[in-house]
Design a protein around this ligand. Structure first.
Ligand code: SF4
Length: 227
């Protein structure tokens, strides 16, 4: 059996490697459980509203020039399960809400398949503004946007994150392994269980892969039961 000292050493090594990874991406501040002062001598935990206010009319990366709206994320501030996709597409950019197009409708069905509703989970993306022609987000865009996603995670404190698609899994798990190898397996992000699966947009193009997503969702449902 591992001693407490060994476990602490492993946790410190994990944390160091995660910080190195963030540093490599240019992220130099972390979203700790920040406190805000309401009145002198009083403080409360920050909320999603605080994070949204801090984001403001964000122009931290070049995507602000072509976006219509910032897609912050939506759902239950106390969600046990969080879904994180890649970035907004056309419909999301127009409506300012995540996963509302065809892929979003499929995600809603996927959520319902484990007897949850969109309102019970939290849905966000790696980046909050639509890249032109839905191209992949670029490193400087992720670097500027990622701290806000991490702050959202910090506030929500989900037990489980379902990373939707290659890009989300790669960014959250700092790996470049193929999604086919990553999906359905359990990973750890600062104490939060992460299960990658295919992105709903990929499923629209490859419906034969739905079965694997169903298997992944069953695992997530089982994990929720143990929380
Ligand atoms: S993608 Fe993120 S960092 Fe870039 S402008 Fe939008 S909100 Fe700001």
């Amino acid at each position: 059996m591992e001693s407490m000292d060994q476990k602490i050493d492993e946790m410190i090594a994990d944390l160091k490697s995660y910080l190195e990874y963030l540093k490599g991406m240019g992220i130099v501040s972390l979203p700790a459980y920040e406190m805000k002062a309401d009145e002198p001598g009083q403080s409360t935990m920050i909320t999603l509203e605080d994070v949204r206010k801090e984001l403001g009319d964000c122009k931290r990366c070049k995507l602000h020039r072509t976006r219509k709206t910032i897609v912050f994320g939506e759902g239950n501030e106390k969600a046990t399960l969080m879904f994180i996709g890649e970035g907004p597409g056309y419909d999301e950019d127009v409506q300012g809400r995540p996963f509302v197009g065809k892929a979003g409708q499929l995600l809603t069905k996927i959520i319902q398949s484990i007897n949850l509703s969109r309102e019970e989970v939290y849905i966000a993306n790696i980046i909050k503004c639509r890249p032109p022609q839905n191209r992949n987000p670029e490193p400087d865009e992720i670097q500027n946007c990622h701290p806000f996603l991490m702050k959202q995670i910090s506030v929500i404190q989900p037990k489980i994150i379902c990373a939707l698609g290659t890009f989300s899994a790669h960014t959250l798990l700092k790996t470049d392994a193929k999604i086919t190898a990553l999906r359905g397996k359990l990973y750890n992000l600062e104490g939060i269980k992460v299960i990658p699966t295919y992105h709903p947009a990929f499923l629209l193009r490859n419906p034969e892969k739905k079965r694997e997503v169903w298997e992944d969702m069953k695992k997530i449902a089982e994990l929720i039961q143990t929380q």
